[in-house]
Design a protein around this ligand. Structure first.
Ligand code: ATP
Ligand code: MG
Length: 285
């Protein structure tokens, strides 16, 4: 198989002998924080991310076509964490929807009261729910750089008005669908990032991963309390652990002890259970 792309967490392969019109998107167990991949893998993480993405692709297919072809005939070494998908020409925008204010969105708001050029009410704090979900696109930064917020006009300049509007509307629709559904499992979806591309017919298609703990911030609703940093199901636990280390947040990242990895594993499995309503069963004994 030909490796087309290796990201921090996932690999994209072309399996020419199988079908040159398909790609294989493989999620690894790697964990990255502050854009640095840590040397210690989290067991099952790739499989959980893959299962969750498939769950959401299936439940948003009426809103937007997606890249999923299936999970058959995946090489053994990738079993459970690979998806055959249609190759897309990815659009150069990270499509982010935010229902709550935190992270870089909060930082941007604190500067001038806006995020991606959208004016927000005064007085919002860490974790505040926004009056309504907003589209806060960013650039896709090359390796080693960080993504930057774009205004809607900047997205229009990049991809044209029709496409920009469609990306915005689809991003917000998928977010709303996901947030509503996750709420039933007691999860608040603070924000999420989607990636769209064009298929060979030029149609806009949802690709990459959808509403996973790697692409979203998931908070337990029963512990939600604006004004402080929220308990989070994603890698916040590892970030907090690393803040006690003498580490400058550049590569190489620190080895993570077993007990910390165990907690992260359990959090990913817990998200899976709350979202799908099914217990996570590890495919690897
Ligand atoms: P980062 O480590 O910052 O996430 P990355 O986004 O390049 O970097 P991954 O997310 O690990 O790396 O890899 C997935 C890559 O595959 C992304 O670049 C994504 O845009 C791309 N991708 C996802 N789905 C498709 C598809 N159907 N066709 C083509 N490329 C795709
Ligand atoms: Mg990515």
């Amino acid at each position: 198989m030909k490796l087309l792309h290796s990201g921090k967490v996932r690999e994209l392969y072309l399996d020419e002998s199988y079908d040159p019109a398909q790609l294989l998107l493989v999620a690894s167990d790697r964990l990255s924080i502050y854009d640095v991949v840590l040397p210690t893998p989290v067991p099952d993480k790739g499989a959980i991310l893959t299962a969750l993405s498939l769950y959401w692709f299936e439940r948003t297919g009426d809103l937007v076509p997606n890249h999923v072809i299936g999970t058959d005939d995946v090489p053994d070494e990738f079993a459970g964490r690979a998806v055959r998908c249609r190759p897309l020409q990815m659009l150069p925008v990270e499509c982010i929807a935010r229902g709550y204010l935190t992270g870089l969105g909060l930082k941007e708001y604190e500067k001038d009261g806006t995020v991606s050029g959208i004016a927000l009410p005064d007085g919002l704090v860490e974790g505040s729910q926004l009056p309504e979900p907003i589209f806060t696109p960013t650039t896709k930064a090359p390796v080693g750089e960080h993504d930057e917020f774009m205004t809607f006009d900047e997205v229009i300049a990049l991809v044209g008005r029709d496409t920009a509007e469609r990306l915005r509307d689809l991003t917000l629709e998928v977010y709303r669908r996901g947030a509503e559904s996750a709420a039933q499992g007691g999860i608040l979806v603070a924000d999420t990032k989607l990636e769209f591309g064009r298929d060979t017919d030029g149609e806009i298609v949802l690709g990459d991963e959808v509403l996973t703990p790697d692409s979203s911030r998931f908070w337990p609703a029963d512990q939600y309390e604006p004004g402080r940093v929220q308990f989070s199901f994603d890698k916040q636990y590892v970030r907090d652990w690393s803040s006690n280390l003498d580490w400058d947040r550049t590569a190489p990242g620190p080895e993570v002890p077993d007990d910390v990895i165990g907690v992260v594993h359990d959090r990913y499995a817990e998200v899976y259970r709350r979202i799908t309503g099914r217990q996570w069963v590890s495919p690897t004994p």
